[in-house]
Design a protein around this ligand. Structure first.
Ligand SMILES: Nc1ncnc2c1ncn2[C@@H]1O[C@H](COP(=O)(O)OP(=O)(O)O)[C@@H](O)[C@H]1O
Ligand SMILES: [Mg+2]
Length: 228
């Protein structure tokens, strides 16, 4: 589902250019739940940004669902992301003036789904993440864990093939983190989407099919996991 070949990315820092990604190779199979764990500053967010085409790569190939992202222009990338990728962030990134259901509907509006249908799909998705009682709440009226559930529903609502999550439990206490990881794993199983989660937290260890360690812009160690 995902193939990365020799991805490099450097940033100008002062007069210097610092290489942050130093040749990343990664293959992720359809339906796999892969966790990339590394210390803060190891390049995890940069990798996800490059992988999703949000940031251009300096070198290398990124293939998602047989499409070469490094060969696309801005418009093609925006369309590809909308159709194939779902994103989950540490900070939820919900629109504060919109209710839970309106936040979840956003990707469907961009996809041109008619109103009644998008309401229904958003309701179904919010129910799947355990928020059937919270459709009309604003983000400020929800706990951190509930806000992240809304963000997860929004990421999954248009049925993307790949979900990319950057520190999805970074703002949550350990009990809520476990609930959110349980939910991601359950959705991964039920919906069959491919998950790539990057985090500095080893809590993810039990949930991933495969655990990869990132260090100084390289993927250094892999561990295949059994079933949880
Ligand atoms: N846009 C940028 N410009 C310059 N340096 C950056 C930029 N984005 C990230 N970096 C640097 O790249 C390194 C890796 O950052 P990041 O990918 O955010 O790491 P992680 O997500 O693993 O904490 C850090 O040293 C950071 O300062
Ligand atoms: Mg980061």
């Amino acid at each position: 589902m995902i193939q990365c070949r020799d991805i490099h990315k450097a940033f100008p820092i002062g007069k210097e250019t610092v290489e942050i990604l130093r040749g990343i190779n990664l293959d992720v199979a359809k339906g796999e739940f892969v966790a990339i764990v590394g210390e803060s500053g190891s390049g995890k967010s940069t990798f996800l940004n490059v992988l999703s085409g949000i940031m251009p790569t300096d070198q290398g190939e990124m293939i998602i669902a047989d499409a070469h992202l490094e060969q696309m222009n801005e418009n093609e990338l925006a369309l590809f992301r909308r159709g194939h990728l779902g994103f989950i962030f540490q900070s939820y990134n919900l629109l504060p003036q919109l209710s839970a259901i309106e936040n979840v509907e956003m990707p469907l509006i961009f996809a041109g789904v008619p109103k009644a249908e998008r309401r229904q799909q958003a309701k179904t998705m919010l129910s799947k993440v355990g928020l059937s009682e919270r459709f009309d709440h604003l983000p400020s009226e929800l706990s951190g864990g509930q806000q992240q559930r809304v963000a997860i529903a929004r990421a999954l609502v248009n049925n993307p093939q790949v979900i990319l999550a950057d520190e999805p439990t970074g703002n949550l206490d350990s009990k809520t983190s476990i609930e959110i990881l349980d939910l991601l794993k359950q959705l991964n199983r039920d919906e069959g989407m491919t998950f790539v989660v990057v985090t500095h937290s080893h809590v993810v260890y039990e949930y991933a099919d495969r655990l990869i360690e990132m260090k100084d812009g390289l993927l250094v160690k892999e561990e295949q996991k059994g079933e949880k």
